[in-house]
Write a protein that binds this ligand. Structure first.
Ligand SMILES: [Zn+2]
Ligand SMILES: [Zn+2]
Length: 102
């Protein structure tokens, strides 16, 4: 099950489960749209993959044991372990290669 992480790993802004600004890579690394577009160039600094919009889990259990009532969002805040300089160098090397070519 997708872990709905509560914050952007780079700027630390809150990304609640109903946010349309949350972006995830295939490892569920989670960043906000502004960081993905303006800083990361669609390059995940942790794995080099691209990002997609994080799906919104329904608040209600439309089916038994589903939704945020059955499977709540995560609460553990995460922060990328890389420095800004490391991220910039990594992004420079990969941003012009589309995700399906990385
Ligand atoms: Zn951010
Ligand atoms: Zn990643």
């Amino acid at each position: 099950m997708l872990e709905l992480r509560p914050n952007c790993e780079l700027c630390d802004r809150d990304l609640p489960p109903d946010s349309t600004e949350a972006r995830i890579c295939s490892y569920e690394c989670t960043f906000c749209a502004a960081c993905v577009d303006d800083v990361l160039g669609n390059v995940c600094p942790n794995c080099g993959g691209g990002f997609e919009r994080r799906p919104i889990r329904p608040a209600r259990a439309w089916r038994q044991d589903t939704g945020l009532v059955g499977d709540p969002a995560g609460t553990k805040r995460r922060h990328t372990s890389y420095t800004r300089a490391e991220i910039e160098a990594f992004v420079r090397a990969l941003r012009d290669v589309p995700p399906d070519g990385r």
